[in-house]
Design a protein around this ligand. Structure first.
Ligand SMILES: [Zn+2]
Length: 86
Protein backbone atom coordinates (compact mmCIF):
# COMPACT_ATOMS: atom_id res chain seq x y z
CA UNK A 1 0.00 0.00 0.00
CA UNK A 2 1.50 3.28 -1.10
CA UNK A 3 1.42 6.45 0.95
CA UNK A 4 -0.80 9.26 -0.20
CA UNK A 5 0.09 10.69 -3.62
CA UNK A 6 0.28 14.21 -2.21
CA UNK A 7 2.81 13.07 0.38
CA UNK A 8 4.81 11.16 -2.22
CA UNK A 9 4.97 14.10 -4.59
CA UNK A 10 5.93 16.48 -1.80
CA UNK A 11 8.71 14.12 -0.80
CA UNK A 12 9.83 13.87 -4.40
CA UNK A 13 10.00 17.65 -4.72
CA UNK A 14 11.92 17.99 -1.48
CA UNK A 15 14.08 14.89 -2.10
CA UNK A 16 13.80 14.26 1.60
CA UNK A 17 14.21 10.52 1.28
CA UNK A 18 11.23 9.80 3.49
CA UNK A 19 9.83 7.23 1.12
CA UNK A 20 13.05 6.21 -0.58
CA UNK A 21 12.85 2.51 -1.30
CA UNK A 22 9.16 2.36 -0.44
CA UNK A 23 7.94 3.99 -3.59
CA UNK A 24 9.30 4.83 -7.01
CA UNK A 25 8.24 7.48 -9.44
CA UNK A 26 7.46 6.60 -13.06
CA UNK A 27 7.75 9.49 -15.47
CA UNK A 28 5.28 8.98 -18.26
CA UNK A 29 6.91 11.46 -20.61
CA UNK A 30 10.30 9.76 -20.55
CA UNK A 31 9.42 6.11 -19.84
CA UNK A 32 11.86 6.09 -16.95
CA UNK A 33 11.38 5.40 -13.27
CA UNK A 34 13.38 6.92 -10.45
CA UNK A 35 13.97 6.79 -6.76
CA UNK A 36 12.23 9.61 -4.95
CA UNK A 37 15.63 11.10 -4.21
CA UNK A 38 16.79 11.28 -7.82
CA UNK A 39 18.90 14.38 -8.54
CA UNK A 40 17.18 14.87 -11.89
CA UNK A 41 14.70 17.70 -12.32
CA UNK A 42 11.37 16.98 -10.67
CA UNK A 43 8.79 16.16 -13.33
CA UNK A 44 5.37 17.74 -13.44
CA UNK A 45 2.91 16.00 -11.26
CA UNK A 46 0.59 15.26 -14.13
CA UNK A 47 3.39 13.27 -15.76
CA UNK A 48 4.20 10.96 -12.88
CA UNK A 49 2.82 7.77 -11.40
CA UNK A 50 3.99 6.23 -8.16
CA UNK A 51 4.55 2.52 -7.73
CA UNK A 52 5.60 0.49 -4.76
CA UNK A 53 8.32 -1.66 -6.25
CA UNK A 54 10.92 -1.81 -8.98
CA UNK A 55 9.18 -4.85 -10.43
CA UNK A 56 5.89 -2.97 -10.69
CA UNK A 57 7.57 -0.12 -12.55
CA UNK A 58 9.28 -2.49 -14.95
CA UNK A 59 6.07 -4.44 -15.49
CA UNK A 60 4.41 -1.18 -16.51
CA UNK A 61 7.08 -0.71 -19.18
CA UNK A 62 9.38 1.80 -17.49
CA UNK A 63 13.17 1.63 -17.50
CA UNK A 64 15.42 2.35 -14.55
CA UNK A 65 16.97 5.79 -14.40
CA UNK A 66 20.72 5.81 -14.99
CA UNK A 67 21.34 8.52 -12.43
CA UNK A 68 19.64 7.15 -9.35
CA UNK A 69 19.70 3.45 -10.28
CA UNK A 70 16.46 2.36 -8.62
CA UNK A 71 17.01 -1.17 -9.90
CA UNK A 72 20.14 -1.70 -7.83
CA UNK A 73 18.97 -3.13 -4.56
CA UNK A 74 20.78 -2.40 -1.37
CA UNK A 75 22.05 1.01 -2.30
CA UNK A 76 22.44 3.34 0.60
CA UNK A 77 19.81 5.96 0.90
CA UNK A 78 19.88 9.52 -0.35
CA UNK A 79 23.00 11.56 -0.50
CA UNK A 80 25.51 8.77 -0.85
CA UNK A 81 25.15 7.95 -4.51
CA UNK A 82 28.47 8.81 -6.03
CA UNK A 83 28.52 10.47 -9.39
CA UNK A 84 31.31 8.81 -11.29
CA UNK A 85 29.70 8.26 -14.65
CA UNK A 86 30.48 10.88 -17.21
ZN1 LIG B 1 16.50 9.02 -11.48
Amino acid sequence: MLPDTDALYASLEARDGRFDGLAFVCVKTTGIFCRLTCPARTPFRRNVEFRGSVAACQAAGFRACKRCRPDQAGLPSAGRVSVTAS
